[in-house]
Design a protein around this ligand. Structure first.
Ligand SMILES: Nc1ncnc2c1ncn2[C@@H]1O[C@H](COP(=O)(O)OP(=O)(O)O)[C@@H](O)[C@H]1O
Ligand SMILES: [Mg+2]
Length: 237
């Protein structure tokens, strides 16, 4: 998960400069509003506008960098990868319960291990973030309905997502207003990046939600997909 951590630390660093400037000029304006003439007020607002534009460009560029990352496919068992992620998240969300139901008959999956863990981190973290302490987050792995795919469900008993917002959550910077989003911090980028990564790994992501909670399902190719493709190629020669 190193590359994701690097990405986040670069983002935080690069964002600080324009943000500090925006805050500084906004504070000056608020504190000295009556003393400033119109010309200066306009000048300060102009700087705030310029720095906001700079921030937007910066973020767009960073997302592109993240998107251009190459994917290195490997056949691996999903179990230890999910267990690793869970161990880290459990430290952050000590008052939630986490259960992993892993079907031991499952074949290996064909993924980029870092990116797969990034996807799991985003989804499991969201499940904990948008549900109350004391509730349970369950991760269920099984054979998917599509042949040679495995299914990973992340199920929570949280605040849920209204039907009309289900499409929006995968958009850039989208955060849906609910009592918990107001309390917890977020960028609205997690699911946007998650969907890009899942798609790049030839997988699918979908979501179901009700007042009882939310379930995200990721369907990801198993190593058998590659084997079959190779066998088919072999048959041709
Ligand atoms: N498991 C979940 N339960 C309820 N709402 C969720 C869940 N996961 C995501 N959301 C909603 O989708 C929005 C977008 O999620 P995400 O892209 O991860 O951004 P962030 O977590 O930074 O706000 C969240 O702000 C939240 O409103
Ligand atoms: Mg998130």
């Amino acid at each position: 998960m190193q590359s994701y951590d690097d990405f986040i630390s670069t983002v935080s660093h690069e964002l600080r400069t324009p943000l500090t400037s925006i805050r500084g000029f906004a504070q000056t304006m608020l504190q000295s509003y009556d003393k400033l003439d119109d010309e200066n007020k306009k000048k300060f607002l102009k700087i705030i506008e310029e720095q906001s534009n700079r921030l937007i460009h910066l973020i767009e560029n960073m997302l592109k960098v993240q998107n251009n990352d190459t994917i290195i496919f490997k056949a691996v068992s999903a179990k230890p990868l999910i267990e690793d992620v869970l161990q880290i998240i459990k430290q952050q969300y000590k008052e939630h319960n986490f259960i992993l139901k892993y079907n031991e008959k499952l074949p290996k999956i064909l993924v980029d291990t870092d990116k797969f863990q990034q996807v799991m981190t985003n989804l499991i973290e969201n499940a904990a973030k948008y549900s109350n302490k004391g509730t349970t987050v369950t991760i269920i792995t099984d054979f998917a309905n599509i042949e040679d795919f495995i299914s990973i469900k992340i199920q929570d008993h949280g605040v849920g997502i209204d039907e009309e917002n289900l499409d929006k959550i995968f958009e850039k910077f989208s955060r849906i207003d609910n009592p918990l989003t107001r309390k917890v911090q977020g960028s609205g980028l997690g699911l946007y990046i998650t969907k890009i990564l899942v798609t790049k790994m030839n997988g699918k992501i979908n979501v179901k939600s009700s007042e009882q909670g939310t379930t995200f399902e990721v369907e990801i190719p198993s190593e058998n997909i590659e084997k079959q493709a190779r066998e088919k190629c072999g048959q041709l020669h």
